[in-house]
Design a protein around this ligand. Structure first.
Ligand code: ATP
Length: 534
């Protein structure tokens, strides 16, 4: 577990990658697997629902038990420090030999798996057991993993680069490793395989039921002329639904729905799962589509659908906000990947394997080479209240490319032509304390864009206006969830712009502004410490 300390104390991207890579090289393949998960603060792939069931109360009890300290004392320390990891390391005054990640991992697996009567006590005992064997700093990380807030300041991208460096001989192979990760989204499994077989393992992965692939994305054009350049012959234009992307894996009775971020959202949408069960003919199939709020043939606003993102009162909201799923692709059928088949072939398979019902639909579309026909379809979609259309290539090479945003799918939205000013999707990386009416809340948000080649977030704007009253509570909750103690290594902030709190890049907001200016204080697009864009 010494690795954590080293990682936590490193602020350079290069150094972190090197530390991770050196560490990986010293491990057995099976250890690479668990280390990859644990470095991200978890014990399995991101598409698995992993709930250790350790709340603050259990954490406090475990610390009290492990270090023989009164509960009250632990509670007071927690109130003062706000982080159970820090509390654990402060109260732990034992010097022992370092724990292995394997030992820690096994304990977490046991904690996850206990259930039934007496499981509370058992979970606390297990956590107390591992804490009591840990050195002070180790107990900090163990506690943070148990609470689900490890946050070493890096994510999957760093790990993939480190795996490339460790097992393919060069970080130049990172793009290839990332491509494979788009298909095998289990980072532990990918790491283990790279450790065993090196580069040669990369081509071997294929889609598997239960393990979602990254979703294919669409590029954008702003004008009809732009579209004209990209599609010279026949094209398919599909309705573009404004809802939540979903990849549904059907394995006979076992049906799972995954979000765009590949989390398992089945529990949020029991009605979708049921509807798919009734409508799908194949035994094993993977479908790609969009869930929308939908009542008796009418599309409801996206905000309504957002209320379905919940852990509690799911049943009540199934009634309150009915949904439908519109499928537009199929990428696996009865043991075979369809990702290398063309879009027209996949569409045919989709139509053959789905019976449309009130809640399960095929995406509406027209196929034509005539732009005026496409334009009329677009107008009709906008009329129906849709966002626009997605044009899809029908050529022989129109394969499904997981995680790629290419020109096989092109989106064309009404907002592009409505003379609306450009909006920006920005990531919140920091917040400033509010004053006056906003005391106790945030006053402004420091927002950034991703610089892909440098793998870091660069600031573009401090956003302080335009929020609705009802936004504050939601944003405050999110800020609290993602607040980190120190500046994450992948966020570049000019010294004029230091926020009161740093926020781990996770929350994206859509921002409108009247112009782009050059700024000495923002770092986006900055070259050699000159001005950036604001
Ligand atoms: P981005 O894709 O740029 O990250 P976004 O999530 O806001 O942004 P859009 O750009 O608006 O998405 O459009 C792409 C999304 O549209 C897809 O990810 C998918 O969720 C949705 N979508 C709706 N209808 C379709 C369709 N018929 N085919 C493909 N995608 C569709």
């Amino acid at each position: 577990m010494k690795l954590y300390e080293k990682l936590d104390n490193s602020t350079s991207h290069k150094k972190i990658i090197e530390l991770l890579a050196e560490h990986f090289q010293r491990l057995e393949p099976a250890e690479v697997k668990i280390t990859a998960y644990l470095a991200l603060g978890t014990i399995g792939p991101r598409f698995e629902k992993i709930d250790l069931g350790i709340g603050d109360k259990y954490g406090i009890q475990a610390i009290s038990q492990a270090y023989d300290v009164d509960m009250e004392k632990v509670e007071i320390a927690f109130e003062n420090q706000g982080d159970l990891g820090d509390v654990a390391s402060d109260l732990n005054d034992r010097q022992r030999s370092s724990l292995t990640l394997k030992y820690v991992f096994q304990h977490f697996v046991q904690i996850r798996d206990v259930s039934g009567k007496g499981s509370q006590k058992r979970k606390i005992n297990l956590l107390a057991e591992v804490l009591s064997q840990a050195r002070p700093l180790e107990s900090r990380y163990i506690m943070r993993i148990a609470r689900g807030n490890l946050r070493l300041g890096f994510g999957e991208k760093f790990l993939l680069e480190a795996l490339a460096l460790a097992f393919t001989g060069s970080r130049n192979n990172t793009a290839k490793v990332e491509d494979t990760y788009n298909i095998c989204t289990d980072i532990g499994q990918l790491g283990e395989s790279l450790a065993k077989h090196g580069m040669s393992s990369l081509g071997k992965f294929s889609i598997k039921i239960g393990r979602p692939v990254q979703m294919m994305l669409a590029s954008r054009v702003d004008t009809m002329e732009g579209l004209n350049e990209k599609f010279s012959a026949t094209m398919a234009a599909e309705e573009k639904y404004d809802g939540e992307r979903v990849q549904v894996h059907v394995d006979r009775d076992n049906i799972k729905a995954f979000s765009r971020r590949l989390t398992d959202i089945s529990a949020q949408f029991p009605d979708v799962i049921e509807a798919v069960r009734e409508s799908v003919k194949a035994e094993k199939v993977v479908l790609d589509g969009e869930i929308v709020a939908y009542r008796q043939g009418e599309f409801l606003p996206f905000q309504e659908l957002m209320q379905r993102r919940r852990k509690y009162h799911v049943k009540e909201y199934v009634e309150k906000i009915p949904v439908a799923v519109f499928f537009f692709d199929v990428i696996y059928l009865d043991g075979k990947s369809l990702m290398n088949r063309s879009y027209p072939e996949r569409r045919q398979v989709l139509e053959e394997n789905l019976v449309e019902t009130e809640k399960v639909k095929l995406a509406g579309r027209v196929v034509s080479a005539d732009f005026s026909r496409i334009q009329r379809f677009f107008d009709a979609c906008v009329e129906k209240g849709m966002e626009g259309i997605i044009i899809k290539s029908v050529k022989a090479k129109s394969t499904y490319r997981p995680g790629k945003r290419g020109w096989l799918w092109v989106k064309w939205k009404k907002e592009y032509i409505e003379d609306v000013r450009e909006t920006f999707d920005l990531v919140i990386v920091g917040s400033y304390h509010g004053k006056g009416r906003r005391k106790g809340s945030f006053g402004a948000l420091l927002c950034a864009v991703l610089n892909k080649s440098e793998k870091r977030y660069e600031t573009l704007a401090k956003v302080g206006t335009g929020f609705k009253d009802e936004d504050f509570a939601e944003i405050n909750d999110l800020l609290e969830k993602y607040a980190v103690e120190k500046q994450p290594v992948n966020i570049l902030v000019d010294s004029n712009m230091q926020p009161d709190k740093y926020i781990e890049p996770a929350v994206v907001i859509e921002v409108i502004g009247s112009e782009i200016t050059s700024s000495p204080s923002h770092t986006s697009g900055q070259e050699n410490s000159g001005n950036g864009y604001a």
